[in-house]
Structure formats: C-alpha cells, structure tokens
Design a protein around this ligand. Structure first.
Ligand code: ARG
Length: 276
C-alpha cells in the first residue's frame, strides 16, 4: 500500500513537471509566435463582419513602427494602420509577433493574413507575396558607439568593418554591397544594439526612425553622418499572392489614411510613445 502511495505521488509530480514544461514552451518558446488580441475594430460592423478575423504578422522590435509599450502591449504606427484596415473590413484584428525573417513565409502559408512591419518593397519580395502601395518613406541610418561617430561618418569608412543588420532585411542587402564588410545578421534589432554596445560589431545599419528611437533610449550609441542608399524605398503592406480582395481593401484604406493625414499623425504619436 505504502509503495503504491509513493508511486502515485511520484507520478503526479512527474506529470505536473511535464505540464509546466509544456506551458513554458508555449509562453516563452523562442520562436513561437506570441498572439495578442487587440480591441476589435467595430466587430460585427456594417457588412456583417461578426466573427471575421484579420491576422496581422509583425516583428515588434521596431519602434516607432511596432514595439511593446511598458505594459507589454504591441503598439506603433503600423499597428494603427492595421486597426484601420480591420475596421474597414469589419473584422477583428489579431496580432502575431514573430521574427522578421519568418514573416513572408508565414504569409505564404496562410497562417497570417497580412504583414505590416516596416516592410520595404523589393523585387524578390514582390515575387513571393503581393505588395500594397507605399504608405510611408524614411531614410537609412548608420549607428555606432558615440566615440566612433566620426570614424564611421561615410559609407566608405564602413569598408572592411563588422556590421550588424537584421536578418533578411534590406539593410542586410545594403551591407553586402560594402566591400570587405563582415556581416552579423541577427533576428532582432535589440540584439544588434547589444552587439554594438559590447563591441562585437562596429556599426549597424538601421531604418532612420528606428535608429533615432534606439539612440534616444540607449546610452552610448549615436547616428553617424554616413548615408546608406537603397532603391527599395518606402514601406508597403504584404498579403498572400493572389489575395486581390484584401489587397484592394488595404490600398483603399491606405489612400484614405494618406489623404486625411492620419499616417503622419500615427507616426508622431507612435514616436512620442516610443520615447516614454
Ligand atoms: N525595411 C526593412 C526591410 O524591409 C527592415 C524592416 C524590419 N522590420 C521590423 N519590424 N523589424 O527589410
């Protein structure tokens, strides 16, 4: 009897440890996309959209485009744009946070409906997915530690140095064109900033507004005078190839937001939020 008792206690312990492990994997698993429901836009709106869901994929490492606020909620001007698209569709918006380099594959496989993640339009991407019109434009920036601001003031000065970029980004393409540059491609911008601070990379190429946001919030780093140029200018929304219905709606909503000045307003608000 006693033996059985011990056995049962042991079994219960093993099961609960296993269950806890399972939970951990779901909550904190490195690449497991974190899902978040954002206050549904007009659910059950005019076109009987009750129950319709719009799944947005993004990489929330990119203030002021998409990032987590002090409460851990995903915010940013891309998120505001997505809310407007959902509202116009009469759908509920669900957000999946994942690594930037997995977004387009998730879109292709249909696990997400759209990508709004500071996505630049490249010819390769246009082949893989359908892209909307450009909704915003920004320049590229070179970030380094403050004492090296003058050392890396031109694009030529980056030749042969260690450069950090986000994996599968256009910044990776830009860095590949720099003679002799040694690239470190990482999943998250925050990891690139850490590499800079610890001297494992000499410079990083990042979108201007994002660079500004990090420079304001992180001590000891700065933007240099070097100006990376790219032909893949601006930001677009990505949808699955052939989903013209959604693409048309996205473009209609973007037209409205560009014309009435909402996008500029969203950018200003998100930049302020990112500074807090
Ligand atoms: N604009 C760049 C690109 O399309 C970088 C975008 C990165 N976005 C992000 N949310 N981390 O490649």
């Amino acid at each position: 009897m006693k033996k059985w008792g011990i056995l049962i206690v042991a079994l219960i312990m093993v099961t609960s440890v296993l269950a806890a492990c399972g939970q951990n994997k779901n909550n904190a698993g490195g690449n497991a996309p974190a899902t978040e429901n954002q206050g549904a836009a007009d659910n059950g709106g005019s076109n009987g959209g009750a129950g319709k869901k719009l799944i947005l994929g993004l990489s929330a490492d990119f203030p002021p485009y998409e990032f987590r606020d002090s409460k851990g909620e995903i915010v940013g001007f891309d998120v505001e744009i997505a809310k407007e698209i959902a509202k116009d569709l009469g759908a509920e918006l669900e957000i999946k946070d994942m690594l930037f380099d997995s977004l387009l594959n998730e879109l292709e496989s249909g696990r997400i409906d759209l990508v709004i993640s500071g996505l630049s339009p490249t010819p390769e991407r246009a082949e893989q997915v359908d892209l909307s019109k450009i909704y915003y434009k920004a320049e590229q920036a070179v970030v380094t530690v403050t004492e090296n601001k003058d050392k890396y003031a031109t694009m030529e000065s980056l030749e042969g140095v260690k450069i950090g970029v986000q994996k599968s980004s256009i910044q990776e393409d830009i860095a590949k064109e720099i003679a002799g540059a040694k690239l470190t491609s990482l999943g998250k911008i925050s990891d690139i900033i850490m590499q800079l601070q610890t001297g494992r990379v000499d410079a990083a190429i990042i979108e201007g507004p994002v660079a500004e946001s990090f420079v304001k919030n992180v001590d000891g780093i700065t933007i240099t005078d070097a100006k990376p140029v790219t032909e893949d200018e601006g930001y677009v929304v990505g949808v699955k190839k052939g989903n013209t219905e959604l693409l048309d709606q996205v473009n209609t909503t973007l037209d409205r937001l560009i014309e009435d000045g909402s996008i500029d307003k969203f950018v200003t608000e998100a930049s302020e939020l990112a500074e807090q």
